[in-house]
Design a protein around this ligand. Structure first.
Ligand code: BYC
Ligand code: FE
Ligand code: FE
Length: 483
């Protein structure tokens, strides 16, 4: 593997892991490949499989020039297996083995823990593509359609990344897990995806943007933690996945931002000042800000559930083993062992939400969630700037973490978005003001009409400020194949 920067295209599966000379793994992956292609072909509507889409493909792991843009038919996308360059003399960054050389092979005592984390990570990737499978039919522009498919093919590649680790390092049970990743499916009754949020629907484009903002951001946080793993192949795999992840969150942030912008512009043009004048605003063919707030409440809280329980022995074990670190573990300044440290976790005492100190080792999930909340706030601030600049009096706010939760200490009680415990009657009376109702969903659905002319956008969303790869405003991002 002299030249890790360059990707070999001489096998069916592009890679920088020397697959050509690793016959066992190459064979395993070639065996897995048809099932993957079938999964893809069954999932994505046929008309789009034939279309030419302006996609970026990872062709190198050099941060300065890793991607190439070109028209591609999706089934011909080169899903590659790419690891970020090895860091020389890298040490296990945390836990009881902190400071020892990283593992290049699976440490036997942590095998099942490691496999479980890789399988969970792998499971979310195809799940998101399944959740987004119907959106192509209602894309508000060719630009957005291209972005959807870009995200989808890269989530497909992330699945490949985890399948490679399973096949290379986990033998027969790894191959079994790799096969099972194609058997489970989002929302299925018999074989659902593993984590809650990945069995929810992504019914419309506003949900898609919220999902890529909030849920892909959980992906970012989890990948950052797994990039700290003492199991070096996992670390390198996740480090490269993170370079792709940035675009997914960009799609989310700008998508929501453009939606907000269009709403505010339409209100001003029509002389509507009150953001709660919902009927009038909706009649303009845009999504009112309170409904955008409700969508945000939903996707944010679903994503919070993905951090697991506030106090978790699973998380403590993974950290202590050096299998999963904290966010930016290598930049933190403590002993990286957490033997005596404590951390404040959310809890409920006498009906009020409080922070309670617990051993920091058991609070690793809570800490990552705290880091996530900080990270997620940034974009909300930028969305509010758009509203403010256009002169509308309205502020989007992240709801309290206790609201609408299914996992952890908050799951057993009902809360309002301010974080106060409420009873069922209060909840029922207000829930339609806090989460999207069926009527809200129907209204948004009514706006989801496809726009397929280059440079044109649906009524409810503003054009982007810059094109992908600096393309002009009327660039044809997708050459559609007639259905
Ligand atoms: N749903 O001790 P706890 C992405 C289970 S997203 C269902 O807190 P732990 C992407 C839990 O499994 C990133 N079950 O668990 C984004 C456990 O069950 P068992 C995906 C849940 O392990 C967009 C029990 O409850 N990657 O990449 O500390 C598009 C006790 O909980 C849930 C990862 O998540 C839930 N939400 O924490 C595409 C990284 N939460 O084992 C892609 C790998 C908890 O007792 N995963 N449970 O039967 C992990 O690090 C951990 O498994 C979790 C859970 C943080 C998810
Ligand atoms: Fe991903
Ligand atoms: Fe992603």
């Amino acid at each position: 593997m002299s030249d890790i920067m360059n990707v070999s295209y001489d096998t069916l599966i592009p890679n920088n892991v020397g697959l050509a000379s690793d016959k066992r793994v190459l064979k395993g992956l070639e065996k897995w490949h048809p099932g993957y292609i079938n999964w893809w072909n069954d999932l994505i509507p046929q008309q789009f499989q034939q279309s030419l889409i302006y996609l970026r493909t990872a062709v190198s792991v050099d941060p300065k020039g890793w991607a190439k843009f070109d028209y591609v038919k999706m089934p011909e996308y080169r899903w590659g297996i790419l690891l970020a360059p090895q860091v020389e003399d890298r040490k296990i960054p945390c836990g009881e083995h902190a400071g020892e050389p990283v593992w290049q092979e699976v440490p036997g005592e942590y095998r099942s823990m490691l496999r479980r984390l890789i399988v969970i990570q792998g499971d979310t990737e195809p799940a998101s593509v399944e959740q987004q499978r119907f959106l192509g039919k209602t894309a508000p522009s060719l630009y957005d359609l291209r972005n959807l498919f870009q995200v989808n093919v890269e989530e497909g590649r992330h699945l490949w990344a985890m399948v490679y680790l399973l096949q290379k390092y986990f033998g027969a049970d790894g191959r079994q897990e790799a096969n099972d990743l194609l058997l489970r499916s989002s929302g299925s009754e018999d074989a659902p995806r593993m984590l809650g949020a990945f069995n929810e629907e992504t019914p419309d484009w506003l949900s898609f943007f919220m999902f890529t903002y909030f849920t892909d951001r959980d992906g970012k946080m989890q990948l950052e933690s797994l990039a700290q793993s003492g199991f070096d192949p996992l670390s390198r795999s996740c480090r490269f996945m993170l370079t792709e992840e940035a675009h997914h969150m960009f799609v989310g942030e700008t998508g929501v931002g453009r939606t907000i912008q269009r709403t505010c512009e339409a209100m001003i043009k029509a002389g509507i000042e009150d953001p709660y004048d919902i009927e009038k605003i909706r009649a303009l063919g845009v999504i009112d800000l309170p409904t955008i707030q409700k969508k945000m409440n939903l996707h944010y809280t679903l994503s919070l559930d993905l951090f697991g329980r506030e106090v978790s022995t699973n998380a403590a074990n993974a950290f202590n083993a050096g299998i999963k670190g904290r966010f930016m573990e290598n930049r933190l300044e403590d002993d990286h062992k957490l033997n005596d440290a404590t951390y404040g976790v959310c809890d409920i005492v006498d009906g009020a939400v409080v922070r309670r100190e617990v051993p920091a080792l058991t609070a690793v999930n809570m800490r990552l969630r705290d880091d996530y909340v900080k990270d997620a706030r940034g974009g909300v601030g930028r969305w509010n700037k758009i509203i403010e600049k256009l002169g509308i009096k309205f502020e989007l706010k992240l709801p309290h973490e206790a609201f609408n939760r299914k996992i952890g200490v908050f799951a057993d009680h009902l809360f309002n978005p301010q974080g106060q415990i409420i009873d069922q009657a209060q909840y029922d009376a207000s829930i339609n003001d806090w989460l999207p109702s069926n009527a809200d969903g129907d209204f948004i659905q009514s706006l989801m009409v496809p726009v397929t002319e280059a440079g044109q956008y649906a009524s409810w969303i503003a054009p982007p400020r810059v094109g992908i790869n600096n393309m002009a405003g009327d660039f044809e991002y997708v050459k559609l194949h007639d259905a």
